[in-house]
Design a protein around this ligand. Sequence first.
Ligand code: CMX
Length: 461
Amino acid sequence: MALKEVLRQKIEEFRPRTTKLIKEHGHVVIDEVTIEQTMGGARDIRSLVTDISYLDPQEGIRFRGKTIPETLAFLPKARNSNYPTVEAFWYFLLTGESPNQAQHREVLGEWKVRQMVPSYVWDVIRALPRDSHPMVMLSTGILAMQKDSKFAHFYGSGNFNKMAAWEYVYEDAFDIVARIPIIAAFIYNLKYRSDFQVAINRDFDSGANFAHMIGQCDEYKDVARMYFILHSDHESGNVSAHATHLVHSSLSDPYYAYSAGLNGLAGPLHGLANQEVLDWLLKFEKKYCKDAEPTKELVTQALWDTLKAGQVIPGYGHAVLRKTDPRYMSQREFCLATPGLKVDPLFKLVSMIFEVAPGVLAQHGKAKNPWPNVDAQSGVIQWYYGLHEWDFYTVLFGVGRALGCMANITWDRALGSPIERPKSVTTPMLEQWAAEGGRKLGTAAKAAAVPATVELAGTAR
Ligand code: CMX
């Protein structure tokens, strides 16, 4: 059965669960909210639902219930590789299943058809100032394709109905995940290879083709596959996933939604941290080492200087995680298993920081999580393969993140996820509730907290 039909079956099986939860158990309390959470970035408030991935603070990410090693082992591999194809992973994120051989062949084939980017996208990107950040180019490239959104056309067709809406989101979502590596490769070649563009190799899977298009070696094919899979999803509260979900919740189509997601990813506290890490490493070598070898003492001094200057240590800390990010470990294992990388000076420096930084951050006493996140390790791998243009690293993150964001909004629409609209309060209200020892839930407030009977998810909203 083809991917869309498998997905249809899954959606139809799943819908009654959502409906039952809202209808029969909608009033069940699952969390409480403190003033600190309201004023502190909504940390740890359980107010989003996704089944694509779950982030446990101690264990780290699970995609569809599977850890990173389990996921990598579970899925069909690319030709001559130990890594799964990105295409198989997309199938898995959407359905929770591993494609069999025929389904894998089918999704690989469909991907090749969908990856054809309309030529006006190249004109739009070329019209931007060449020194625009590559994330601006990527976000603009995605947004430019909005005019061809199948979901937007369906909405405007006069035949829109909520039960079928997911099918059109799916069409756009699949087009976006297939096209985004091609757009990223175009941006790379435009900015850093004097507009030397390389045609798609239709014999290759998506990861291999990306390596081919940016002029990389064979070994980099696995780097691309690993990179896109590891960066795909981190449940739905992170800025890029949440922005995508929020924008799509108004029934903005996937192009508007993911362009917004990318704009969030471009912040230095989120995806841009990977370029910040490289910047930090290179400045460290220049300022502290000069021609000498880095030492733990020099690293410690540089970390403290960064903190004393009121800056964050890029690549360290996390809003949810409370241990070393398994995405960091997975990339570290890749480095240790790659002979040249294992002895690479920059990798050794990153490893030294891993030994020292958690202690420094713990002593500093502010960060709740002193351990490295995905961004602490990722740039070093790119650098090793000669991809030295570190302002491009967040684009690579954005290519991977599309997989999770697009799978999520396909399911959002399938389950009739409503427009997102949390409630604001004023500072005097908070001051009053603080003085009273908490907000008194009167009859009106309680009534507002208990949902009225809701019709079948997907039809009533
Ligand atoms: N270096 C220095 N200080 C840090 C820190 C770090 N790496 N991580 C957290 N802190 C500080 C915070 O800035 C905050 O300080 P203030 O109280 O002065 O505001 C304090 O510690 C408490 O923060 P927290 O609750 O531990 O962390 P948050 O949930 O607020 O923020 C994050 C999480 C990721 C933004 C933060 O750890 C950070 O800025 N890290 C560095 C940037 C980075 O690597 N971002 C990438 C994250 C992964 C991703 O999304 O790609």
